[in-house]
Design a protein around this ligand. Structure first.
Ligand code: RB5
Length: 145
């Protein structure tokens, strides 16, 4: 799978850890910044990743900041994006099965590295269930109009 990833300075350690894990699993990871030691404003990174998704550059996205909140608020401002802020594996799975989230947002100051990896694995393993869930997702997207 091609996965896009981005973080601000508050999430850069998790970005490195998660990237290493995903590459070991055989995924292709596109890194949209920031680099270690380079402070970044989370809306800039969220915008880059969300717009890259819309352009078709990758299949699933991961955004990390200190809490995951700033990244999710920002990414969800981009038309067509459903970015889920998740702190547990069940929510990560549901974010795909029910909400068809294209991006998950994690908080490095909230979620430890091992749990963050389990959350990412749960998210990537899940698929959207369609049917009544697809109808509800269509209603979410209609709210953008
Ligand atoms: C940066 O200090 C911090 O505000 C950011 O990483 C994030 O937690 C915002 O939601």
């Amino acid at each position: 799978m091609i996965i896009g990833i981005g973080s601000d300075h508050g999430g850069v350690n998790h970005k490195e850890t998660i990237t290493k894990h995903l590459v070991e699993l055989g995924h292709q990871v596109i890194d949209y910044g920031t680099a270690p030691g380079e402070p970044a404003d989370y809306p800039d990174i969220a915008e880059a990743v969300a717009k890259a998704y819309i352009k078709g550059e990758f299949e699933r996205g991961i955004l990390i900041c200190g809490t995951g909140i700033g990244m999710s608020i920002s990414a969800n401002k981009v038309d067509g994006i459903r970015a889920a802020h998740v702190t547990d594996c069940y929510s990560a799975r549901m974010s795909r099965e029910h909400n068809n989230a294209q991006i998950i947002c994690l908080g490095e100051r909230i979620t430890g590295p091992d749990l963050a990896i389990s959350i990412v694995d749960a998210y990537l393993a899940a698929e959207h269930l369609g049917d009544r869930h697809a109808r509800r997702v269509e209603k979410i997207m209609a709210l953008e109009k």
